[in-house]
Design a protein around this ligand. Structure first.
Ligand SMILES: [Zn+2]
Length: 100
């Protein structure tokens, strides 16, 4: 009689499957103060934020792709510039040149 080393491994299929990466209602954070914010409607090239502290504003996607290592002071200043530019009944849109 042959000896079989070890015992047959039970199949654990299903227990180690990673969960999908898509999270539908992912909370987002205010890029300025990092506190929890609501996401507003996206319009083309900008993401809208509704922050309890900073109100409603938008950030152009180019900010996230071109502006690196921003401090809160830079963000506050950029928001101020964007607010000065925004028309009545329009949300301010922070753009990359606001950080220069
Ligand atoms: Zn904020």
């Amino acid at each position: 009689m042959q000896q079989v080393a070890g015992s047959p491994q039970p199949s654990y299929r299903g227990c180690c499957i990673k969960r999908g990466m898509t999270v539908p209602d992912e909370p987002i954070n205010c890029p300025i103060c990092k506190s929890k914010a609501q996401e507003l409607d996206r319009t083309g090239d900008a993401t809208g934020f509704d922050c309890g502290e900073h109100g409603k504003f938008k950030v152009a996607d180019t900010v996230f792709s071109t502006v690196k290592a921003t401090t809160r002071e830079q963000w506050e200043r950029a928001l101020k510039l964007a607010k000065g530019r925004a028309k009545l009944n329009e949300w301010p849109v922070i753009r990359h040149f606001d950080f220069q």
